[in-house]
Design a protein around this ligand. Structure first.
Ligand SMILES: Cc1cc2nc3c(=O)[nH]c(=O)nc-3n(C[C@H](O)[C@H](O)[C@H](O)COP(=O)(O)O)c2cc1C
Length: 199
């Protein structure tokens, strides 16, 4: 299927489910810019400073890191989440960030946002058991997880070199997934400006 890549400036936001300094998942996200067309850029948002969700803090003056997170999501055309699997599920760091970003419920910056889910692990399952949880949580926020084959990178440590993905087959697969994300962004843009409704 030919991918309809948008030609104007597309901004993607990468969010790693790991705040570890030498995180494999963050390394995967750092590998994505060269896989994108010239029309698209990706920036990373680190979750280090996002506090634990507390509705008492989620009022008129939420924590600064939360304001930055929600603003970065709002300004992005699409998200790329890359996460490890912790005990067969999504790490608390990522769930916590989704929870903060999901407010106000059903009207948050996540609503309608196309989101590509990637998991990665040194293990042989590539973190795939966390994918359904991540997809479900995003669906609860009315985000739009990209519907495609799962991108689960097994043995990720062996596929990285100098902090970047260096395995050709993995790069090809991730490239195709990014193309699917860009296609969803393009389709949504067309839908927003598509045929007028009935007069
Ligand atoms: C609390 C905890 C639970 C983990 N559970 C799993 C697991 O269920 N499946 C898996 O493949 N790896 C598991 N791991 C190993 C992680 O995949 C590994 O630490 C990975 O490198 C973390 O991602 P990062 O490199 O991006 O920080 C776990 C690690 C921790 C710390």
């Amino acid at each position: 299927m030919a991918h309809d890549i948008p030609t104007t400036g597309i901004r993607l936001l990468g969010i790693s489910g790991s705040i570890r300094r030498d995180s494999h998942c963050t390394a995967v996200l750092r590998s994505l810019q060269p896989l994108l067309p010239a029309s698209a850029t990706i920036e990373l948002f680190a979750l280090d400073d996002v506090p634990l969700y507390n509705a008492d803090l989620d009022g008129d003056a939420p924590p600064a890191a939360v304001v930055r997170l929600k603003s970065a999501i709002a300004q992005a055309d699409g998200l790329v989440l890359c996460s490890p699997e912790y005990n067969y599920g999504m790490p608390g760091v990522l769930k916590n960030a989704i929870d903060w970003a999901s407010r106000p419920g059903f009207a948050s910056p996540l609503k309608g946002k196309p989101a590509l889910i990637i998991t990665a692990s040194p293990g042989s399952a590539g973190g795939v058991r966390a994918q359904a949880q991540i997809r479900d949580a995003l669906a609860a926020t009315l985000a739009r997880p990209v519907v495609r084959q799962h991108v689960a990178i097994a043995n990720v440590n062996a596929r990285l070199r100098d902090g970047r993905l260096a395995d050709e087959a993995t790069l090809d697969f991730v490239h195709a997934a990014l193309a699917d994300l860009l296609e969803d962004i393009a389709l949504l843009g067309k839908a927003a400006f598509g045929p007028a409704g009935r007069s």
